[in-house]
Design a protein around this ligand. Structure first.
Ligand code: CMP
Length: 226
């Protein structure tokens, strides 16, 4: 791993090569395969992670045993920071949803880093602010919208996180499984299929070999983001 690579990670974007080298020295790399569990809710936390490649899902299990997916994170994102900051146990489960390579930093080094490089702390706070905004949107959509609205807002969330925007359309290439979509939208797999079919019939979406294309992003957003 070199400092050029580390510079592309938003958390470290303002650091110079010398400082990045110091970070490389205290970090280790770990590889996880698809479906490997990385963190378990309520365990004591001693490390935080930065995703070098791959994707992970952040989830919790509801009282009736259903999985609720809070977020899907990918390259350049970090996780595992919460329990290091507040001293409580892990707030959620984290599972690799594809082969993932992670940078691992221990609590002492992470906290020291925040003291030594205030810019890392500011970048971290920016990201946490964005996560609260997303969670607020999510709560709003779960409590105010019907099933169609919830599925549509979930597709918007995925589009914003990992969609490819082109000429007003958004292509969601690696769509999570229908069950994952259901767990993100707080609904069932059957409802997901039904709503995707309705939205396709209404001309909002097109399904194409495992991809979903939002045909007019602006129109879709206007209709479903409120
Ligand atoms: P920690 O509580 O240490 O372990 C679980 C991690 O999941 C947590 O730190 C965060 O990094 C991450 N996490 C928890 N909730 C969310 C969320 N709503 N959005 C994105 N990441 C989250």
């Amino acid at each position: 791993m070199n400092s050029e690579f580390l510079k592309q990670i938003p958390l470290f974007s303002e650091l110079n090569d010398r400082d990045l080298e110091k970070i490389i020295q205290v970090a280790t790399k770990q590889r996880y395969h698809k479906d490997n569990i990385i963190l378990i809710e309520e365990e004591v936390g001693s490390t935080m992670f930065i995703i070098l490649s791959g994707r992970v899902k952040i989830s919790r299990i509801s009282d009736d045993g259903r999985e609720v997916i809070l977020s899907i994170l990918s390259d350049g994102d970090f996780f595992g920071e919460m329990s290091l900051l507040d001293g409580y146990t892990r707030s959620a489960n984290v599972t690799a949803i594809e082969e993932a390579e992670l940078l691992v930093i221990r609590r002492e080094e992470f906290l020291q880093m925040l003291h030594d490089y205030p810019q890392i702390a500011v970048n971290l706070l920016k990201e946490l602010a964005q996560r609260i905004r997303k969670s607020d949107e999510h709560i709003k959509s779960l409590s105010l919208q019907d099933a169609t609205g919830r599925v549509a807002s979930t597709l918007l969330r995925i589009a914003e996180d990992s969609g490819v925007f082109r000429k007003g359309q958004v292509e969601i290439a690696e769509l999570p499984l229908q069950q994952d979509l259901a767990n993100m939208a707080g609904t069932s797999r059957e409802t997901i299929s039904r709503v995707i079919k309705t939205l396709s019939d209404e001309g909002y979406l097109k399904k194409q070999s495992g991809k979903i294309i939002i045909l007019d992003y602006e129109k879709f957003q206007l209709r479903f983001s409120k």
